[in-house]
Design a protein around this ligand. Structure first.
Ligand code: PEP
Length: 251
C-alpha cells in the first residue's frame, strides 16, 4: 500500500485580526515543535493580510503556511488580485483553490480554478484543489458525476502528487455541522482516486483530504477511512485545542 502522509489543513476563511492569527499560529507551531515526530503535516491558511506576520512567526517551525486563493496571472493590472509569487514571498507553500465559497461567491468555474492551479504550480506552490457536490446534486444521484466533472476541469496538465492535493468537500457539510458518513466518504474518495488515475502519473500518491464539519469528535473515524489522507478544516481550525486534537487523531 502506498504511504501518504496525512495533511491537516486549516482554512481560517475571513476570520481573525493580526493578534488572533499570531496567537493561534504560534500556539500550533509550539505544539508541533514540542511534539517530536508526528504522523501528520499541519498547515494554516490565514487571510491575505496575515500571511506575512504569521509566516514570520512560524518560520522556524514545521507548521506550514498557505493562502486561500491566488490570481491566475503573475503580475500587472489586476486590481485586488494576489499573484502566486507574492504568496511564496510571504512564506506560503500551499494555496487552496476552487473552494465552494469562492465558486459560489465569485462564480469561479473549473477553467478558472485550472488557470489558477497552473499559475500556482509555476510559482512552486502546492495547489489544494477543492471539489464537492451540493445537497441537491447528491439527492439527485449526481454526486459522482459532478465531482468527476470538477476534477476533469480543474486539474491542470502537469499536476502531480508533489504539486497537487485534492480536497473533497461536500458543500452541504461545510460549516453546517453535518458530515458525510464514513461509508459515503470511502466511496467518494475511491471514486476520486479512480478519476485521478490516467490524469496524474503518480495518482496513487496524491493526497485526498476530506472537508466538511470535521471536529475532534469525528476526526479519528473520518481520518481512518481508506483514501482519506487528511482534512481541510474550517470552524474547528480557529481553536488551537480543536485543530491540534484533529491532527493527533491521525494514526
Ligand atoms: C472549509 O471551509 O473548507 C470547511 C470544511 O469548513 P468547516 O470545517 O467549518 O465545515
Amino acid at each position: 500500500m502506498t504511504e501518504r502522509r496525512k495533511l491537516i489543513a486549516g482554512n481560517w476563511k475571513m476570520n481573525g485580526l493580526k493578534a488572533d492569527g499570531l496567537d493561534l499560529a504560534s500556539d500550533l507551531a509550539g505544539r508541533l515543535k514540542g511534539a517530536g515526530p508526528v504522523v501528520f503535516d499541519m498547515l494554516v491558511c490565514p487571510p491575505f493580510p496575515l500571511l506575512f506576520p504569521v509566516g514570520e512567526a512560524i518560520a522556524d517551525s514545521p507548521l506550514a503556511l498557505g493562502a486561500q486563493d491566488c490570481a491566475p496571472k503573475t503580475s500587472g493590472a489586476h486590481t485586488g488580485d494576489v499573484a502566486p509569487t507574492m504568496l511564496t514571498d510571504a512564506g506560503c507553500r500551499y494555496v487552496i483553490l476552487g473552494h465552494s465559497e469562492r465558486r459560489a461567491d465569485h462564480g469561479e468555474s473549473d477553467s478558472v480554478v485550472n488557470a489558477k492551479a497552473v499559475a500556482a504550480h509555476r510559482a512552486g506552490l502546492i495547489a489544494i484543489i477543492c471539489v464537492g457536490e451540493t445537497e441537491a446534486q447528491r439527492d439527485a444521484g449526481q454526486a459522482d458525476a459532478v465531482v468527476a466533472g470538477q476534477l476533469a476541469g480543474s486539474i491542470p496538465a502537469g499536476a502531480s502528487a508533489a504539486n497537487t492535493v485534492i480536497a473533497y468537500e461536500p458543500v452541504w457539510a461545510i460549516g453546517t455541522g453535518k458530515t458525510a458518513t464514513p461509508d459515503d466518504v470511502k466511496a467518494m474518495h475511491a471514486h476520486i482516486r479512480a478519476q485521478l488515475e490516467g490524469r496524474i502519473a503518480d495518482a496513487n500518491k496524491v493526497r485526498i483530504l476530506y472537508g466538511g464539519s470535521v471536529k475532534p469528535s469525528n476526526a479519528a473515524e473520518l481520518m481512518a477511512v481508506d483514501n482519506v489522507d487528511g482534512a481541510l478544516v474550517g470552524g474547528a481550525a480557529l481553536k488551537a485545542d480543536d485543530f491540534w486534537a484533529i491532527g493527533t487523531s491521525c494514526r
